[in-house]
Design a protein around this ligand. Structure first.
Ligand code: FE2
Length: 426
């Protein structure tokens, strides 16, 4: 064997497990494997999980916070305006440099699957060129999908539709739209229809920034659901954000849940951005910004979590940690029940892998690619509570990142002891 991980815990299984890896794939999993390997890793009783998945990230804008200025109002619209000021001067090398760095941050945090959005507004399509190139460059550490994303709308300027088509010709994996930014409801509906038409024509997936507003009259997600059913595209369809759903009346939301389940479409919520961007006009009381995560999940709809921004005009913070994103959502979405916390972990792993359509090559099981992370925590609960480090990130059987957790030596009354934020044994 090339690698054996011993003393590991696996999700949903009791007892200690060993994982053997050969030729880039998981060769065997058992309680005690009589194998030798070139490298052995003692997982120390920690959780070994399939890698984290970030199905929604704007890599063309990462690490640009403050350039040309900070978003002082904190709104989505000021963020779009700042990005619009920056966009004409974008250089491919700079986009690539920032995006590459952000991908490596995510990899160090255990992410190996990323869906990113490339803005198609500027006709130079520098962002598309850069991210399609990055997709190939980063294959050793992460699988990347690129969405052709019309940030300023498709029908709000003459080149909108042509740019979207050109981005697909350049190799984008998914078709995007942003119907709530179009000038009229009719244009918004047409933009969703066009995204589906192009996805069918080009054989691509659909991922639409849908109803990312506090406006309870923004109802484009119903159009997406109808088309997901009518075209049979189902699980190839993803609605990102849908924050307006938070503010829908409950009767309308209840009706939608059944349609979504029938549509088999996916949802992505973005705790970092949605918690600061949406419902900014509320004053007090102040509604929360995210979609109806618990209701969608309870209705059997696939919900996943995206990081969305890392230090850009929309969200000034972030370090590429999906555990941090899920931890935030636990608070804002009232997901603090034991079972709900387990579901949060699903939303940054299995559910997001479903959204990206990569389940055939995802998961810690014999025969699958040896892509996994060894967390500094024994289970999902502790991983989320501690926002734990990934001690090891393994991709295709190779260790691509190792992390030494911080050690804290507390000095008190002349004695020293370590603090690791865990309940000490009795
Ligand atoms: Fe987004």
């Amino acid at each position: 064997m090339d690698l054996v991980v011993r003393n590991a815990r696996l999700r949903g299984e009791s007892g200690s497990k060993e994982i053997a890896v050969r030729d880039g794939r998981v060769a065997a999993i058992g309680e005690r494997l009589a194998v030798q390997a070139e490298r052995e890793i003692d997982a120390g009783g920690n959780l070994v999980s399939a890698p984290f998945v970030d199905p929604h990230l704007h890599l063309d804008a990462v690490l640009t916070v403050g350039s040309p200025r900070f978003n002082e109002s904190g709104t989505l619209l000021e963020g779009i305006a700042i990005w619009g000021e920056r966009r004409p001067s974008l250089k491919k090398d700079e986009v690539l440099r920032n995006a590459r760095e952000a991908v490596l941050w995510e990899v160090a945090n255990g992410v190996q699957f990323i869906r990113t959005h490339a803005d198609t507004t500027d006709s130079a399509l520098v962002t598309v060129e850069a991210l399609v190139e990055l997709r190939e460059e980063m294959k050793d550490v992460a699988e990347i999908q690129v969405v052709a994303f019309p940030q300023d709308g498709i029908f709000t300027f003459p080149e909108g539709e042509a740019n979207l088509r050109r981005a697909l010709d350049m190799g984008c994996d998914c078709v995007g739209a942003i119907p709530h930014i179009e000038f009229t409801r009719e244009d918004g509906v047409r933009s969703v229809e066009l995204a589906f038409e192009l996805a069918e024509q080009y054989g691509r997936l659909v991922d639409i920034h849908c109803d990312e507003t506090g406006d309870d009259q923004s109802r484009f997600v119903e159009v997406m659901a109808k088309l997901a059913i009518a075209t049979g595209m189902g699980s190839a369809v993803t609605a990102s954000h849908t924050t307006a759903m938070h503010n829908y009346n409950n009767d309308y939301a209840l009706k939608l849940m059944g349609i979504f389940r029938r549509a088999k479409m996916n949802f992505i919520t973005a705790p970092f951005d949605n918690s600061v961007l949406q419902n900014r006009t509320d004053g007090y009381p102040r509604r929360r910004g995210h979609t109806r995560v618990d209701e969608l999940d309870a209705a059997g709809v696939n919900v996943s979590i995206g990081h969305d921004s890392i230090m850009d005009p929309w969200y000034p913070m972030g370090r590429g940690s999906m555990l941090a994103a899920a931890n935030l959502l636990m608070h804002t979405a009232h997901m603090s029940g034991r079972e709900r916390i387990r579901r949060l972990f699903d939303m940054i792993t299995d559910n997001s892998a479903t959204t990206m359509g990569v389940r055939d090559r995802y998961g810690v099981r014999p025969g699958a690619p040896a892509d996994f992370v060894i967390l500094d925590a024994p289970d999902e609960f502790e991983a989320l509570r501690l926002q734990s480090e990934c001690l090891f990130v393994v991709r295709g059987g190779a260790v691509v990142c190792e992390t030494a957790p911080a050690k804290r030596r507390l000095l008190r009354n002349g004695a020293a002891r370590e603090v690791d934020f865990r309940i000490p044994p009795k």
